[in-house]
Design a protein around this ligand. Structure first.
Ligand code: FMN
Length: 299
């Protein structure tokens, strides 16, 4: 069986440097298990769970189906019961923590004591240097055009910039839906990629059918980046936010009508099982690497 070895796969113990993005109201046990069983790292966002009991139920379901490494996006903030969430995740063997809100330092010792790793979402070198001071193990380079909260710099610039200035392992996030896009991110120095938008349109995603179809039908020009909904720049399918001017309450059903997606909707053509999507990414990645190395001659 083919494996792709990188600093990330060695650190986390997965076959492929592909993280199935933690996506609010989309990534639950089905998606996480499917990514994990396909050789990547599946991840869930903890804001999906109203209570710690709900989280326990989902982690239990995941562990009934796979013992592979999994990840979470944790908000280390007073608004969330993050201490109880953390303890539970560590009990269930979660190995990878993405911090996007709050101080990663607060969870580092516990995660490291359990053999896990903490990576921080960053959109700039300044944020990367701050995260390094706090002791994180690596960075998620959140680029412009990414699904969800996005940065302002494209992957092609942000990944090598963070690598050279911050000198930590970098995971590329934003615009990576295919093996060729993955190969480009790895060529830039990323140790892994996160793919989100591509996985919205899969059988295992909890997006409703209309949302999946809208992702399939959309092109990059159908995506807007605005802070009008959450207060921070975030990408949306433009039509889905036309009737919204403010953020719905936490837990409101209205979130289901707000459809976030990144510009790599351009590469989403079919609703498919996650295993096929990951398998195809890996296959294309290998072919691209072979083609590129075959194009070099000493002639
Ligand atoms: C619908 C949607 C919801 C998301 N929700 C979260 C979230 O709750 N937590 C998180 O860390 N990232 C979230 N993200 C961002 C992803 O983790 C990832 O960084 C991003 O999707 C990568 O870019 P791509 O969509 O271009 O592949 C979300 C992305 C999308 C598309």
């Amino acid at each position: 069986m083919v494996k792709i070895d990188t600093e990330f796969t060695g650190m986390i113990g997965v076959d492929y440097p592909i993280i199935g993005a933690p996506m609010f109201l989309i990534s639950y046990e089905e998606l996480v298990v499917a990514v994990a069983e396909a050789g990547g790292l599946g991840a869930i966002p903890l804001p999906n769970f109203k209570t710690v009991e709900d989280l326990k139920y989902t982690l239990g379901k995941i562990r009934e189906k796979t013992d592979k490494p999994i990840g979470v996006n944790i908000h280390v903030s007073g608004k969330f019961e993050w201490e109880d969430q953390l303890a539970l995740c560590l009990d269930y063997g979660v190995k990878f923590f993405i911090t996007s809100l709050g101080d990663p330092k607060l969870i580092l010792d516990d995660v490291h004591a359990h053999g896990g790793r903490v990576f921080a979402d960053v959109i700039s070198v300044e944020q990367g240097l701050r995260a390094r001071e706090r002791g994180v193990d690596g960075l998620i380079a959140v680029a412009s055009g990414a699904g969800g909260h996005c940065g302002t710099t494209p992957t092609t610039v942000l990944v090598p910039y963070l690598k050279s200035k911050v000198k930590l392992p970098v995971v590329a996030a934003g615009g990576i839906s295919t093996g060729a896009q993955m190969a480009s991110a790895m060529a830039l120095g990323a140790c892994a990629v996160i793919t989100g938008t591509r996985l919205i349109a899969t059988h295992e995603s909890r997006a409703n059918q209309a949302y999946k179809e809208a992702v399939m039908a959309a092109g990059p020009d159908d995506i807007v980046c605005t802070d009008k909904i959450t207060g921070n720049p975030c990408t949306w399918l433009a039509k889905s936010i036309e009737d919204f001017t403010t953020r719905p309450e936490l837990g409101s059903k209205k979130w289901k009508d707000l459809w976030s997606a990144g510009q790599s909707v351009a590469q989403v053509e079919e609703i498919r099982p996650v295993g096929e999507v990951i398998g195809e990414m890996v296959q294309e990645y290998l072919e691209v690497c072979q083609t590129l190395s075959g194009s070099v001659s000493t002639g």
